[in-house]
Design a protein around this ligand. Structure first.
Ligand code: FAD
Length: 248
């Protein structure tokens, strides 16, 4: 579906983790706002005179459900123009114009390979949409391994949902990497929790290059650059098995 501009309003905001918020936008339009899990929209925010400098993209965090309600998980970057606006000035009822849906960071249909979804921080947004979409639509799938990295335990976005999915979605595995925690043993519970970065998790779990697995990476360049290099150079995966959405 080609993208178009929508005039939406913020209908709900919720704190999520130490520097992240969930924003819900409602687009009051007669037609259904259709999108594919994994896609993003581009918001035109009043942060600059020049049109292109006002545009910021955000992944849709909820699965498609034929409603005109979209959820976003957005991190506040120090000194970021959009971050400052969204966190300090936007409230319930604020109008936000966005275009979309856009992007090809989506899963194939049918899903015929194992999926390894690797992300840091709000890079989890498209994966939350994809995983719930597979679950809600009862889509055929094989193993799905979500590897989520953040600094501290309180930054585990959507943790309850992923723990719930581990119980009710066959083949779903959830691993987390905390890069700044020193010791989390007492709170670990049944979580597959690692101290450090996301990289050792997939380096160990997928060390034998297999043709029947695809990797999806989402987040910032520091994580994605290293992960792509590791998968291709260290583990010998083919480029065609690696898909990514770069936030910046
Ligand atoms: C397709 C796509 C989807 C995206 N989806 C999301 C999403 O779902 N959630 C989300 O939070 N963001 C997402 N982003 C990033 C988002 O578009 C903005 O780039 C981000 O919000 C920063 O905008 P800003 O105006 O606040 O910062 P800017 O004013 O653009 O930049 C602020 C400063 O932060 C620096 N900076 C950049 N990255 C980092 C970092 N990781 N840590 C510290 N400093 C950094 C920049 O170099 C700059 O100096 C997405 C980006 C793309 C391209």
């Amino acid at each position: 579906m080609p993208w178009k501009w929508y005039d939406s309003k913020v209908v709900k905001i919720e704190a999520q983790g130490p520097n992240t918020k969930r924003f819900w936008l409602e687009a009051p339009t007669e037609e259904v706002l259709d999108f594919q899990a994994g896609q993003f929209v581009t918001m035109d925010l009043p942060i600059h005179d020049k049109r292109l400098k006002r545009w910021r993209s955000y992944s849709i965090a909820n699965p498609p459900d034929k409603s005109n309600l979209l959820e976003f998980s957005i991190v506040k970057l120090d000194g970021g123009a959009a971050s400052d606006y969204l966190f300090d000035e936007v409230g319930i009822g604020t109008p936000i114009r966005f275009k979309g849906p856009s992007g090809t960071f989506t899963l194939p249909e049918p899903i015929e390979k194992d999926l390894v979804l690797i992300c840091t921080g709000t890079g989890v947004a498209p994966f939350r949409s994809m995983i719930w979409d597979i679950y809600n639509q009862n889509k055929t799938h094989r193993n799905i391994h979500l590897i989520f990295g953040t600094r501290f335990l309180d930054g585990l976005l959507y943790r309850d949902e992923f723990e719930e999915l581990m119980q009710k979605m066959p083949g779903f595995r959830y691993s987390v990497a905390l890069s700044r925690e020193k010791d989390v043993a007492p709170t670990k519970g049944s979580l597959d929790l690692h101290l450090g970065y996301v990289h050792p998790i997939y380096l160990e779990a997928y060390q034998t290059a297999r043709p029947d697995v695809d990797f999806y990476l989402c987040g910032w360049s520091n994580m994605i650059d290293d992960a792509v290099a590791n998968l291709i150079i260290k583990l010998g995966y083919d480029k065609s098995q690696i898909h990514y959405e770069l936030y910046g």
